[in-house]
Structures are given as structure tokens and as C-alpha cells.
Write a protein that binds this ligand. Structure first.
Ligand SMILES: [Zn+2]
Length: 422
């Protein structure tokens, strides 16, 4: 029996459809494919029809033999794609609330990091937890994120920094996908930082060797991650080291993402372009040449304004990126230290205030462009026939309220595959 669900007569149906299926920069990023008084029909979890309500024959659907029909009246509401969080570090142990408080009192992230806090504190807490404990903490976060509208999650490892714990983190990500039914794309970020026990003589070389010769191959063999990522920045890995790691990852079949140019102009953006990475993330310190390189290589620029807010750093210039034709995605960077904000809807508003995106561009940044950066544009991120019916009902008739009334409870319902999940 086929299951038909209709979302009927939305004041605004944001389809994001009609433009290119690749990630969109320039003027195309601001085109939402908005249909006023629009409806969408879902069959067995996938959109089968999207268009103006006046063109929908509800009686014919009701009369279909062997089909069950459920109709959601969406008058006065916005219907839009579920949010896609294309950069999170969702699986970690413990918390760093003390560190947050210290930073609010004036301490600097790089000072905290140098003193063994920061990432290394999360590494200690993550290594100390078994898979069940890590899973219990991660699922709580994921469900809160879903209540805030997220229906697809990219999840990075990177708080293990040894083979065993990196595998454990990625197995938790897989469990969130397979047992909990979340849409998850996993990324190996074993090149997040140099682990504390490798900070003596020869340690750096030996960790790089272990990464390339043992950690990445083991993760590839278990197919635990689709992407590999490197923190190419001051205090983490140099451009040269990052190139070595990313090339090795590419040989093993991973697609690439890069933490680039967050703390300084460290060459990460250019490296992402050179290696044709799917995404270069952060990008606080880039210039016209970097933007040209990203555009030329088809790299999605993923901006993380929540991290700028929490760390009191400048915001990446999203306006300049879009105007240069670079497609921009926006994500939470949800992680235990520099930004534990879980609401991508809130971060969407920050992208307007901080990165200078328009509300329409920011919506494309957390739907279609985020999907494209994860290689999922054919599956999620738009309301279009054939795509999974992941969508949000907003308790407003104007999508711009997501920015205007940032932080208000506007997300009235979250659907995944046509089923209400929050
Ligand atoms: Zn990150």
C-alpha cells in the first residue's frame, strides 16, 4: 500500500528548485524557488509532485486505489527543506563549560590550547568513554538539533587522535545513522590536532606517519567515513603536512574537506582548491586570489558564524564570497569548545548579521548548498520530485522571520522522509 502525504496550500513553499543541481554562488544563491499558496505531495517518503495548490487534484489522490492519504493543512505557514548541518563535531565526551566561563572572563582560545585545554581536554574526556557512553551523549545533542530543524548531519571524528578512539567516534556516528535513523555523513578528522603524547621530539613525524599508514586506511577499510578533513591552521597542521595527509586520504577514496584560514592566512583555502576539496571551512582570513581559486575549483565555502560569535573573532566575509561567485554553505560547527550551539536555525540568522548574507542566501546555505557540499544534492536539500521528503513547517507566513525573529520557536514541525520526527 502506498502512503501519500500532502502538505497543502503553504503561504510560502520554498522549493530551492529550478537552479543548477551543483552548489550555487552569485545571484543563484538567493533564488529560493518560492511558490505562494504552494503544495507538495509525498509518496512513500519521497516528493512526487510540487507546485501551486490550484494545480493539485486532491480528490484524485483520495480516490487512488490502495493508497492511504494524509493531508497537512499549511495555510499561513512556510514549508521549506529540512536544514542540513554540513560541519559538526557531534560525537565527543564531556564538556568544556569551565573553559567557556574562563574565556568569558578574558582568556584567549590559543592560550587555553597551549596550556593543554581546548581540543586536548576533549580528547582526554572522549578517550575515557566507551561507545555506549559516547552514543548516549551524542544522541541527546542530535535530537535537540533536530528539534531546531536539522534533518541531515555531517559528523567529524577528531577527539580520539588515536586509532582506537577515532574508530569508536565514527562507529557512534554510524550507529546514529543505522540504529537511530538519522541522516548522517561521517568525516574522519584524525588530523584535528597533535595529540598530547606526541608533543616530544619526533612525535609530530610519528603521528603523521600513523595517520597515513594506519588510521586513515583502517577507517577506509571499515567504510566508516565518506570524507577526510584536516585542521590546516596555526597551531595545528601546516599546509605542507595537510597536503600530505589529504593526498593520502584521496588515494584511499575519501572526498575532502578542509578547516582553512580560521586563525590566519595559512594556505588552507588554496590547498582546498588545489585538491578540489568538496568544502573549505571557516575562511576568516582569505583574499581575492583565494576566492578566485575556490570558485575555479568548485569548492563550497562553509561558514561557521557561531564560532566567530563564541570566540569573539571576526566573521568570514560571506558577502564577498557570494559576490565572487563562490557557493556558500553555513553550519553550526557544533563542538565542545569553540561553539556548542546546536540550532542551525539560529546560526542561519547569524550568517545574515555576521557574514552579511541575505535571508534567502542563508536559507540556500543551510539547505541546497550544504547538501551539495556533502555530495547529497540529488537526495536532500530541495522540495523536488524524487528527493527525500525532509521538510520543516514554520509557524509564520514569511521565511524572513527566521532572521527577523532569530531564536524564536518558529519551527512548528520537522519531517524526515515524510514522517513527523519533531
Ligand atoms: Zn570544525
Amino acid at each position: 500500500m502506498s502512503q501519500i502525504v500532502v502538505f497543502a496550500e503553504a503561504a510560502q513553499l520554498l522549493t530551492l528548485d529550478g537552479g543548477p543541481i551543483t552548489a550555487r554562488g552569485g545571484a543563484a544563491q538567493g533564488e529560493l524557488g518560492l511558490i505562494e499558496r504552494g503544495s507538495a505531495v509525498v509518496r512513500d517518503g519521497f516528493f512526487s509532485w510540487v507546485g501551486p495548490h490550484a494545480a493539485l487534484d486532491l480528490r484524485a489522490l483520495a480516490a487512488e486505489p490502495g493508497a492511504s492519504l494524509e493531508v497537512h493543512e499549511c495555510r499561513g505557514k512556510v514549508v521549506m527543506p529540512g536544514l542540513i548541518d554540513s560541519h559538526t563535531h557531534l560525537v565527543w565526551g564531556g564538556d568544556r563549560k569551565d573553559e567557556l566561563e574562563a574565556r568569558l572572563g578574558g582568556a584567549d582560545y590559543e592560550q587555553i590550547f597551549a596550556a593543554g585545554g581546548g581540543i586536548l581536554s576533549s580528547v582526554r574526556q572522549t578517550r575515557a568513554r566507551d561507545e555506549d557512553q559516547l552514543h548516549a551523549e551524542a544522541i541527546r545533542r542530535a535530537l535537540r538539533m533536530r528539534r531546531c530543524g536539522t534533518t541531515t548531519f555531517e559528523i567529524k571524528s577528531g577527539y580520539g587522535l588515536d586509532l582506537e578512539t577515532e574508530l569508536r567516534q565514527l562507529r557512534v556516528a554510524r550507529r546514529l545513522r543505522d540504529a537511530d535513523g538519522l541522516r548522517v555523513v561521517a568525516t574522519c578528522l584524525a588530523a584535528h590536532a597533535l595529540p598530547a603524547e606526541r608533543r616530544g621530539p619526533g612525535g609530530r613525524e610519528s603521528y603523521l606517519h600513523e595517520l597515513c599508514a594506519s588510521i586513515l586506511p583502517a577507517i577506509a577499510a571499515e567504510r566508516l567515513a565518506e570524507f577526510a578533513d584536516v585542521f590546516c591552521d596555526r597551531g595545528a597542521f601546516s599546509e605542507h603536512e595537510s597536503r600530505t595527509i589529504l593526498r593520502r586520504a584521496q588515494e584511499l577514496g575519501f572526498r575532502l574537506r578542509v578547516h582553512a584560514n580560521e586563525l590566519g592566512p595559512t594556505g588552507g583555502a588554496r590547498l582546498a582548491a588545489e585538491l578540489r576539496a568538496a568544502s573549505a571551512d571557516h575562511l576568516l582570513h582569505i583574499d581575492d586570489d583565494d576566492r578566485r581559486a575556490l570558485r575555479g575549483a568548485g569548492v563550497v565555502a562553509t561558514l561557521l558564524p557561531g564560532t566567530s560569535l563564541v570566540l569573539k573573532k571576526p566573521y568570514a566575509d560571506g558577502r564577498a564570497l557570494i559576490d565572487a561567485g563562490v557557493p556558500v554553505a553555513v553550519a553550526t560547527d557544533c563542538n565542545p569548545g569553540s561553539c556548542a550551539i546546536e540550532s542551525l536555525a539560529l546560526v542561519l540568522a547569524l550568517a545574515c548579521h555576521g557574514n552579511r548574507l541575505s535571508p534567502a542566501e542563508a536559507i540556500c546555505a543551510v539547505t541546497h548548498n550544504a547538501a551539495a557540499s556533502l555530495g547529497l544534492a540529488h537526495r536532500v536539500g530541495r522540495l523536488a520530485p524524487g528527493l527525500a521528503a525532509d521538510l520543516l513547517l514554520l509557524a509564520t507566513d514569511d521565511y524572513r522571520d527566521l532572521v527577523y525573529h532569530a531564536g524564536s520557536p518558529l519551527i512548528a514541525a520537522v519531517f524526515q522522509g515524510g514522517e513527523r520526527v519533531a
